[in-house]
Design a protein around this ligand. Structure first.
Ligand code: EPU
Length: 470
C-alpha cells in the first residue's frame, strides 16, 4: 500500500481540473442497465468507485470499453447474464442496492443483491429504498444467509406506477425509485425526493435514454413509464465535492488555485460560506479561482443538509479550514449521525474541536436526543502539527491531507485506497500545485481482492441458489 509523505507549510498554487462526479457516473452506469442500447460517457473519472461499479455491471452482462486517458466510456448491456449481484460486492460501495431498481426494470426474474457498503459514517439503512420499491409492486425480502445477508427481490408481474412520499429526501432512495419507475406501467410521483445536482444529472441522462420525467419546484419528481430506449451520449458533470476540496486546500494553505470545471450553480451554498470565512474566490466562465485573501474569520454557523443546503461531503475539509480561522464556529451535521470521527486526529494535530451530542445552532435535526456526537465547535486559529495518519474514509481522507498540507512538519498518510475511490490523480494534482509530497511504497503484499472494500477482504466462494451462482 502506498503512503503519502506530506511536508506542510507550502501554499498550493496553480491550476487543477475537476474530474467527472463520482456520485453521478456510478449511477449513470447503473441506469444504463435498463436498456440494451449503447451509451457513451465522457469526462468519466478514473477512480476506484468507477472501477468497482464497472466490475459489478460487467458481472451482469455489460460490455465496457473504457479509455481512461480520454475519460471516454462506451457501455452496452445487450442481454442480462444474471440478475444475481455477486456476493463479493457486498460492502463495496452504495451501488449494489441501486441494482434492485435497475434490475426490476430490466427483468421479471428473481433478483439477489448483497448488502450495500460505502464509508462508515453512520448506520446507513436502506429502509426508504425498500418501502418505495414495494409501493411500486416489488416483493423484497432481506434474508440472513450463511455468511451475510442479502436482499431477494422480484416483480414477476411487472411494476405499476405509484404515489410515493419519502420520509427523508434520501439521495439513494430517490435514485432507486426513479430507476424502478422508468419501466413501471403508468405514472410514478415521488414526493419529498432528493434534488441533488447528481440526481438532476441522472434525470437528464434518463430523459435522453427515453424516459419522460419532470421535477417540480417542491421536490416532486414525476416519471412516465416507458420501454422504448435510445442510444445516449452524455458528458458527466464536474465533481462539486472535488472542486470545493481544492478550493478549501488553496485557501487554508494561503495559496491560489484555479479549479477548472468548478460550477458556480452547484456551489452556491459553499461559496457563501467561503465568503463568510473571508476566503477569496473569483468566478470565471470555465471554473473558479480560490485564493487566500487575508486572515480568516470564524464565527460561522454551518448546518449540513440536503441540496440546496450545505453538503455533508464539504463538511470535513471545511472543519479543517475553520481551524485556521480566528474565533469559534459551530458545525451541525444533520445528514449522517456519525461523521465527526475524524476530528479526533485533528485534535491530536493541535486543533481545538469539541464534539456535542446536542443539535447546536438552533435547529433540531433527526438525531437530537439520540446520543450521537453530531455537532462540533471549532476554535481557531490553531497551529497544526504533522503526524502519521491512517485514512478511515473518503472525505475524512481529504480533510487529513489538507491538515497535513497546513501543518508544520512531515506527515505520513496511509489508507490511500479510500481517497482513490473518489479523487482522480490526487498525487499528480498535489505535485502540480507545488505541495511538498512524495509517495512511499511500503513492502506490504497488496491484496487485489481488498482494493476497494472497507473491511476485511471478501474472499467469498460463490454459492449456488437454485443452481445459479451468487
Ligand atoms: N437513510 C435512511 N434510510 C434509507 C436511506 C437513507 O435512514 O433508506 C439515511 C442515511 O442513513 C443518511 C441519510 O438518510 O443518514 C442520507 O442518506 P442518502 O440516502 O441521502 O445518502 P446515500 O445515497 O447513501 C449519497 C452519496 C454520499 C452523500 C449522500 C448525501 C453516493 C454514492 N453517495 O449517499 O456521498 O454524502 O448521498 O448527499 O452517491 C461520498 O461521496 O463520500 C458520500 C458519502
Amino acid at each position: 500500500m502506498n503512503v503519502l509523505k506530506i511536508t506542510g507549510g507550502t501554499p498550493l498554487k496553480g491550476h487543477v481540473k475537476t474530474a467527472g462526479a463520482k456520485n453521478a457516473i456510478t449511477k449513470l452506469l447503473v441506469a444504463s442497465l435498463l436498456s440494451d442500447k449503447k451509451c457513451t460517457f465522457y469526462n468519466v473519472p478514473n477512480i476506484g468507485d468507477v472501477d468497482v461499479t464497472v466490475a459489478l455491471c460487467q458481472e451482469l452482462g455489460m460490455e465496457v470499453k473504457w479509455d481512461r486517458e480520454m475519460g471516454r466510456m462506451e457501455v452496452v448491456t445487450r442481454e442480462l447474464k444474471t440478475s444475481y449481484v455477486p456476493q463479493r460486492f457486498s460492502g463495496s460501495n452504495r451501488i449494489p442496492i441501486l441494482m434492485i431498481g435497475a434490475l426490476l426494470g430490466r427483468t421479471d426474474q428473481d433478483i439477489i443483491v448483497p448488502t450495500a457498503g460505502g464509508c462508515l459514517i453512520g448506520r446507513r439503512p436502506v429502509d426508504f429504498h425498500i418501502q418505495a420499491l414495494e409501493q411500486l409492486g416489488a416483493t423484497i425480502e432481506y434474508r440472513e444467509m450463511k455468511r451475510e445477508g442479502a436482499y431477494f427481490a422480484h416483480a414477476h408481474h411487472g411494476l405499476e406506477g405509484a404515489n410515493i412520499t419519502l420520509s427523508y429526501p434520501s439521495v439513494g432512495a430517490t435514485e432507486n425509485t426513479i430507476l424502478a419507475a422508468i419501466t413501471a406501467k403508468g405514472t410514478t410521483v415521488i414526493r419529498n425526493s432528493a434534488i441533488e445536482p447528481e440526481i438532476v444529472e441522472l434525470i437528464l441522462f434518463l430523459q435522453k435514454l427515453g424516459a419522460n420525467i419532470t421535477i417540480d419546484a417542491d421536490r416532486t419528481i414525476r416519471i412516465q413509464g416507458t420501454r422504448r430506449f435510445y442510444e445516449v451520449e452524455h458528458t458527466v458533470i464536474p465533481d462539486r465535492i472535488e472542486a470545493a476540496s481544492w478550493g478549501m486546500a488553496a485557501i487554508s494553505t494561503r495559496g491560489r488555485v484555479f479549479v477548472e470545471g468548478a460550477q458556480h450553480v452547484n456551489m452556491i451554498t459553499f461559496l457563501n460560506k467561503i465568503r463568510e470565512v473571508g476566503g477569496g474566490f473569483d468566478i470565471k466562465s470555465n471554473g473558479i479561482e480560490f485564493f487566500y485573501d487575508g486572515p480568516l474569520q470564524g464565527g460561522l454557523h454551518i448546518e449540513t443538509d440536503v441540496h440546496p443546503g450545505f453538503m455533508t461531503d464539504w463538511q470535513q475539509p471545511f472543519v479543517v479550514l475553520l481551524t485556521q480561522a480566528t474565533g469559534s464556529s459551530v458545525v451541525h451535521e444533520t445528514v449522517y449521525e456519525n461523521r465527526f470521527g475524524y476530528t479526533e486526529t485533528l485534535r491530536e494535530m493541535g486543533a481545538d474541536v469539541s464534539s456535542f451530542k446536542h443539535c447546536l445552532g438552533g435547529k433540531c435535526c433527526r438525531f437530537s436526543s439520540m446520543g450521537y456526537s453530531h455537532s462540533v465547535i471549532v476554535k481557531g486559529s490553531t497551529h497544526l502539527i504533522a503526524r502519521d495518519i491512517k485514512i478511515p474514509d473518503l472525505r475524512a481522507g481529504f480533510a487529513y491531507i489538507m491538515a497535513a498540507l497546513i501543518a508544520s512538519g512531515t506527515s505520513h498518510i496511509s489508507g490511500l485506497t479510500f481517497i482513490e475511490r473518489g479523487y482522480e490523480g490526487l498525487y499528480k494534482k498535489l505535485v502540480s500545485l507545488g505541495a511538498q509530497v512524495e509517495t512511499l511504497r511500503r513492502e506490504e503484499k497488496r491484496d487485489q481482492t481488498n482494493l476497494y472494500f472497507n473491511s476485511a477482504p471478501k474472499l467469498l466462494e460463490p454459492i449456488l441458489i437454485d443452481d445459479r451462482v451468487f
